[in-house]
Design a protein around this ligand. Structure first.
Ligand code: PFF
Length: 468
């Protein structure tokens, strides 16, 4: 039945640049779940809590929410619209839009950068996701019980120092991602996401419920929501903006590719709002699940990247049912990471199959092989290869830095200018389906002025040209 819906939808599509038989999401809900699955990942459960912890809590959360609202949501709308209009992988989809608009070929770079960024993120994403996969059995076997900070810190350090163990877990994550993606949009991605997303939600609720039982829930709430602006530095503002891009999966091909499978009759504005709200709710819920545990055990919220892998296991080791809930927590993190990894692989697979007419199996094997080698580079940069640096950065740091600080914001800037200034007004009006009413005007103003300005200020700051 979904198949007939698919072809009906593409036959009805008069405005997009589609090839008639291209597969689409079977329902609007399938797209929403997939996009939420992409957005909700390590960014929400690992990164958001620790950067909030590092930047003092409430005020940072407020700035982050403002970035999501004022920049993340409009950019996501543009990216989904560009994807659906192009009806191809990011590179060919954007190229088709550039041709349609008669624009300078330079703009094709948007699609190429998106592919590159997603591929580079996936190289380290599988490694960090592997930590979550490794920690679930550690928690289950009671490894944290009664251990102090030093022992648990050494456990984390020991894991990072072991290239073989890290490679095995990275391979597991990559293998699972490939096994899902190779089965195609409806047979692979949709099926897996339908199974994983409800699991993720249930686990998250269980964890928040557990945190409520600590007696320190109110402390967690006040840490997340009580704004103390004295802690807000310029850097914190930049971190919040960068994270808004990362957490919403923007400018890395994922959302554009998912948008390219979106049926024409689905409202992009409403859908985007829903995705952004769900992503934000999960990030805040993760904070509400984590901080009460941290405070209940007299630990520090500002531990940085180790918050989840050191601070939290110490808390689990002290608490009633800590092993069981620790296992559930790392399972939650693993599921969240897997649905994001899927969305990071799909753009490359769609590019290889559409541009080079490869079968999905061949495309997955080729991309998977290269990603595995990249993952190996990331693994070794944590231990035996930690000395091999470029501009003082290891391979892992370099991938993270290049994507989060450059490719994603630059991609966001170019997408905003392309959809706000270069494309004919009617193209985006058509796709967004908002006519020329107030909402469209608001979106258009944001794309033309607010987003580019905000991102340019970030770049000027990063280059040391402005300081605040
Ligand atoms: N949004 C994901 C997270 O928060 O973990 C990460 C991500 C997924 C970034 C897909 C970019 C992307 F294309």
């Amino acid at each position: 039945m979904s198949q007939s819906y698919t072809s009906a939808a593409s036959a009805a599509s008069g405005s997009s640049l589609s090839s008639p038989a291209r597969v689409q999401w079977s329902t609007r809900m399938a797209f929403i779940l997939a996009a939420v699955g992409s957005a909700v990942g390590l960014g929400n459960i690992w990164k958001f809590p620790y950067i909030t912890g590092e930047h003092g809590g409430g005020a940072f959360v407020l700035v982050y929410l403002a970035c999501i609202l004022a920049i993340g949501i409009p950019v996501m709308m543009a990216e989904i619209a560009l994807g659906r209009r192009g009806r191809h992988n990011p590179a060919q989809g954007i190229a088709a839009l550039v041709r349609e608009a008669g624009a300078h070929p330079f703009w094709k770079i948007i699609g190429i950068m998106a592919l590159l960024s997603g591929f580079m993120i996936l190289m380290f994403y599988t490694v960090v996701a592997g930590w979550a996969f490794a920690y679930a059995p550690k928690a289950a076997t009671g490894s944290f019980v009664g251990e102090g900070g030093d022992a648990i810190g050494a456990m984390f350090g020991g894991m990072l120092a072991d290239p073989v163990g890290l490679t095995i877990w990275m391979t597991v994550v990559l293998g699972l991602t490939m096994a899902i993606v190779v089965r195609g949009l409806q047979g692979g991605l949709e099926k897996a996401i339908n199974l994983l997303m409800p699991g993720l939600l249930v686990l998250l609720l269980v964890m928040v419920g557990y945190a409520m039982g600590t007696g320190h829930f109110a402390e967690g709430v006040s840490f997340l929501f009580k704004a103390d602006f004295s802690k807000m530095t310029g850097t914190a503002f930049l971190v919040a903006l960068g994270h808004a891009f990362f957490t919403l999966s923007l400018a890395s091909g994922a959302i554009m590719t998912y948008g390219s499978y979106l049926p024409d009759n689905v409202s992009i504005g409403k859908t985007t709002l829903l995705i952004a709200i769900m992503d934000t709710v999960v990030a805040l819920a993760a904070g509400l699940a984590i901080f009460p545990l941290v405070f209940a055990n007299g630990l520090e919220p500002g531990a940085g990247p180790g918050l989840i892998f050191v601070t939290l296991p110490i808390a689990f080791g002290q608490m009633p049912f800590g092993s069981a809930f620790g296992t559930l927590f790392f399972l939650l993190l693993a599921i969240a990471a897997l649905t994001s990894a899927i969305s990071l692989l799909e753009p490359t697979i769609s590019w290889l199959t559409e541009k080079f007419q490869m079968t999905r199996i061949k495309a997955c094997l080729l991309a998977g092989g290269l990603l595995w080698l990249g993952g190996l580079g990331v693994v070794t940069s944590l231990n035996v290869g930690a000395e091999w640096t470029l501009f003082g950065k290891t391979f892992f740091d370099m991938l993270d830095y290049l994507t989060s600080s450059w490719l994603m914001p630059l991609g966001g800037l170019l997408m905003a200018i392309f959809s706000g200034w270069i494309l004919k007004k009617t193209v985006m009006q058509d796709e967004l389906g908002m006519g020329s009413g107030m909402l469209y005007q608001l979106w258009s103003f944001t794309m033309r002025y607010v987003t580019p300005l905000a991102i340019i200020i970030v770049f000027l700051h990063a280059l040391g040209i402005v300081n605040f």
